[in-house]
Ligand binder design. Sequence first.
Ligand code: NI
Length: 181
Amino acid sequence: MAILPILTAPHPILEAKAREVAADEFGEDLVKLLDDMAETMYDAPGVGLAAPQVGDGRRIVCIDSGEDGGSGLLKMANPTITQRSKETITWEETCLSVPDVEVKVSRNKRITVTWQDALTGEPRSQEFQNFEAVIVQHELDHLIGTVLLDRVSRFKRSRYLQKEKKRRRSVKKDEASVPAK
Ligand code: NI
């Protein structure tokens, strides 16, 4: 397993719509990608990760709320929400791709999700509520190119973009100071 670099917004892959995992892509390679994504998520640490966040533009997510009595680690290919409760829940959300930003988002309190098993492509279905439902909805936003940055005020957005620019400049400087071999 490997820890993958996490892309931060703004980035074209984060803004693009992810594509379906094709029938011939299920198998060991997809399982390995999901294992790496899970390891990356735990290392961050985070409670969910979508493939575009690690530069793969396909409909793949993993989640683990870490809650007692929760579902544990779930790895989903081609997840779709098939049912949503009218009742909503508001959560202060964060995102590994938008560091240091918190934003209150209103989500459906209960959802039913169908997806495919990464190894076999077999269909799966499960109902989620509260925190897990929030995580799944957040991760599925990534698959349509929506990140938390799209949900913040213009002020917060421009402050984030300035900080991010500065961060990227200092990363470049660090790289430049590494002696070439
Ligand atoms: Ni996110």
